[in-house]
Design a protein. Structure first.
Lengths: 172, 587
């Protein structure tokens, strides 16, 4: 982040983010992270990826490679709420597939295939459901993150109640 | 690599290798051929396929030979039970997601994965497929990508980035979703891809191939309504034999002509004729730019991958590019105008097929502006639907497949001569096939035209060889000019950046897209090494010395076509048929 932006106490623009970081080791990752943070729907649009490629002198394919490697980055607009279901081995053996199915059903999301992508957003953009390989909280399996808060030893009932508290799905 | 030697033991045999050697090379000294599907000479090893595992005494886990350097006293086992089991499993896992359509695959018989499965004695598919089908990318004119056949070895990604500096493709996604992709998973046509085809030359499987047009060419050959002309690029005579199992560097000019006649081509002509013509036009353009003032340095425009590159990456430098079409396109334009008229053949019934060492040539034939002969006939009042100057550009590999399909034994064919008049050429035209050759051919002519005297030494040795950027100095019109030749596009970038910065010391630059020039082109036999490129280049220079005339301006057929048809270099007809324009390409 550039010092002028900090001094003015405002959110820096994408150009400022690129300018401040470019040329430094690992710059691309940080720029992508900040750029996603700038976007209301927490995602990296094609235009954003192109501006980052141009601004840092990185080939488009490389920017796309990094953006698709890390599950943290979204290439499609995300819902207002975020539900992340851990699909690591420990969580899987303790029923995380059922949790994933519960979340999708409660939010009325169809057609999610785990082997094709790792996140999907409800058509009304109310919430996005995502899978991750591991949260590193295996002792507390299964874990689900709802709007940034990690919940442990989650059951189907507990997850349903968490989702209904978001203001939707409770009546289903 | 240093002169210091390292002594180690491989499979119980003591071997001595230069310090810094990798175990893959070191093992060869012990008679061990360690298998690999991803390692490629000259590139940073990606260690992705897992086949080259070896056991090193004292090591906890197996090591990959491609990324392990020989160390004094090292004891390596390349065939221990542990190694053999791990190697086999690695291959079986690669095969799990590979389709079983070998019988109908372009690479049937030339596939490294297939060969490896045979070598390892794979008799069953132990693991089920886990990936879902991804579909094919047929968006470009030259290259077809089939990600389902991809084993993620990374050779294409490395070549595209390290050798060509294009980076049209990269790995995308992770885990089971990992794939090689262009930006946004779109087709190559909307990417920075220049269609040079270097990826297709190194792909171990059928995941990246040229767009196969052999069926369409067979149809043209078998159609009684068509007169089919063929033109052969200089580099084909130095590689077609190799593509058909002869030794690399076999020079097969006369046999190639005979084989093309046997395939049914009605006239067998030579792109070298228009290579000589290119020298006349491009040489005159250089002299004009030098004397009348024009954008310098002037850069050659024969290599379509290179033209795609500058149009995409350095559009502001396009005025530096010679306006000459490539020899392939000059040939097509003349074949369907000059030749069709002389031979009284309806140009619409002519089919022009070119044999090229190149995949980008396929796209070049279909540039919308490449219909000069049709425009020319239109200007003479002819009507009819439009046609391209060149109908099909086949790679060396495609021609080799056609020859094999027809059951022609190239090696045993008696040599035959090209047809007149578009088959007459000089040694200067032959050397177009190697890096530095276009520059050398141009200098042989430009020097004699400007200086009005015979060149004492025809061979410009500093411009020859596989060094990335070569340069020479020539005195022209009492003034010393500097020239340079670069091959592979990452080297081109160096020269272009100099021009962009205003610090280029050169007057004339030759650029060829591929390593070694056309002899190492993207349509050439698979898996070229520098050793093979040198052998093919050697064949090119042998041919140069074999042809009695070695300067383009002394080609009698060239003199005749100017006298009878074109008028003079850079004249009105030349501009209509032999020159072109370029435009920025966005991606």
């Amino acid at each position: 982040m550039s010092s002028t932006a900090i001094m003015k106490n405002r959110v820096p623009s994408l150009d400022e983010i690129i300018e401040a970081r470019k040329g430094k080791a690992g710059a691309l990752l940080g720029i992508l992270e900040d750029a996603q943070g700038l976007e209301e729907h927490r995602y990296l649009s094609e235009d954003t990826l192109r501006r980052i490629a141009l601004g840092t002198g990185t080939p488009l394919s490389t920017v796309y490679s990094v953006a698709t490697f890390y599950s943290f980055f979204n290439l499609a607009p995300q819902g207002k709420h975020s539900i992340v279901v851990c699909r690591g081995t420990a969580c899987h053996t303790r029923g995380s597939l059922e949790l994933l199915e519960t979340a999708l059903a409660r939010l009325g999301i169809d057609g999610f295939r785990e082997d094709e992508c790792n996140s999907i957003t409800s058509l009304d953009a109310f919430a996005s459901v995502r899978t991750v390989a591991c949260f590193g909280q295996c002792a507390l399996a299964p874990v689900v993150e709802v709007d940034g808060t990690l919940h442990s030893r989650v059951t189907v009932g507990k997850l349903a109640s968490l989702i209904s508290k978001l203001g939707k799905g409770g009546d289903k | 690599m240093s002169d210091k030697m390292v002594i180690l033991t491989i499979d119980g045999k003591e071997v001595s290798v230069p310090e810094g050697s990798g175990l893959l090379d070191a093992a060869k000294g012990a008679g061990a051929d360690i298998p690999t599907l991803c390692y490629l000479e000259g590139l940073v090893p990606s260690a992705s396929c897992g086949l080259c595992v070896v056991e090193i005494e004292g090591g906890k886990s197996l090591s990959r030979a491609c990324v392990t350097k020989a160390i004094p006293g090292m004891k390596v086992r390349t065939t221990s039970p542990r190694v053999m089991a791990a190697r086999r499993t690695a291959l079986e896992l690669l095969l799990a997601n590979h389709p079983s359509d070998c019988l109908s695959c372009t690479r049937n018989g030339s596939c490294e994965l297939q060969t490896m499965a045979e070598r390892m004695g794979i008799r069953e598919r132990r693991f089920p497929r886990t990936k879902k089908p991804m579909g094919m990318d047929v968006s470009t004119e030259g290259i077809v990508r089939d990600n389902d056949k991809c084993i993620l070895c990374g050779r294409c990604v490395s070549v595209c980035a390290e050798v060509q500096g294009v980076s049209a493709i990269q790995f995308a996604g992770r885990g089971i979703r990992t794939r090689v992709a262009a930006f946004m998973d779109r087709g190559l046509a909307s990417s920075s891809c220049v269609q040079c085809g270097q990826c297709s030359v190194v792909c171990p499987t059928g995941a990246i191939t040229e767009k196969d047009e052999t069926r369409a060419v067979w149809r043209a050959l078998q159609s009684p309504a068509k007169t089919v002309l063929v033109q052969t690029a200089p580099a084909i005579r130095a590689s077609l034999g190799e593509a058909l199992g002869m030794a690399p560097g076999s020079l097969v000019t006369g046999k190639m002509v005979a084989a093309l006649r046997k395939l049914g081509f009605n006239r067998v002509f030579d792109t070298q004729f228009t290579a000589d013509l290119t020298i006349m036009e491009e040489g005159s353009e250089l002299i004009s730019r030098l004397t009348k003032g024009g954008t310098l340095p002037m850069i050659t425009s024969c290599s379509p991958g290179w033209v795609n590159f500058i149009e995409g990456f350095y559009p502001t430098l396009l005025p530096h590019l010679s306006s000459c079409k490539s020899p392939q396109q000059m040939f097509g334009a003349l074949a369907k105008s000059f030749y069709a008229e002389r031979a009284t053949i309806d140009p619409g019934s002519l089919s022009v097929v070119s044999i090229m060492p190149c995949t980008a040539k396929k796209r070049e034939t279909q540039r919308p502006e490449m219909r000069s002969a049709w425009e020319w006939w239109k200007g003479k009042g002819h009507q009819g639907s439009s046609y391209y100057d060149v109908d099909f550009a086949l790679t060396t590999r495609e021609l080799a497949r056609m020859i094999r399909e027809a059951g022609i034994d190239l090696a045993s064919l008696p040599e035959e001569e090209f047809d007149d008049p578009l088959g007459r050429s000089t040694g200067a035209a032959t050397i177009f096939g190697a890096t530095g050759g276009v520059m050398e051919a141009a200098l042989r002519t430009v020097y004699e035209i400007v200086e009005g005297k015979t060149l004492a030494e025809l061979e410009f040795k500093p411009l020859r060889g596989l060094h990335g950027i070569k340069e020479a100095t020539v005195v022209l019109g009492g003034k010393e000019i500097r020239v340079a030749a670069a091959h592979s596009l990452s080297n081109a970038r160096v020269l272009l950046d100099e021009i962009a910065a205003g610090s280029s010391p050169y007057t004339f630059i030759e650029i060829m897209s591929c390593p070694g020039g056309c002899v190492g082109g993207g349509g050439q036999p698979y898996l070229p090494t520098d050793a093979k490129r040198k052998l093919r280049t050697g064949a090119i220079y042998t041919e140069d010395r074999r042809i009695p005339i070695r300067k383009s301006h002394e080609n009698p057929a060239i003199t005749a076509i100017y006298k009878e048809f074109l008028g003079e270099p850079l004249g009105h007809l030349s501009h209509e048929l032999l020159h072109t324009e370029y435009k920025e390409r966005t991606f």
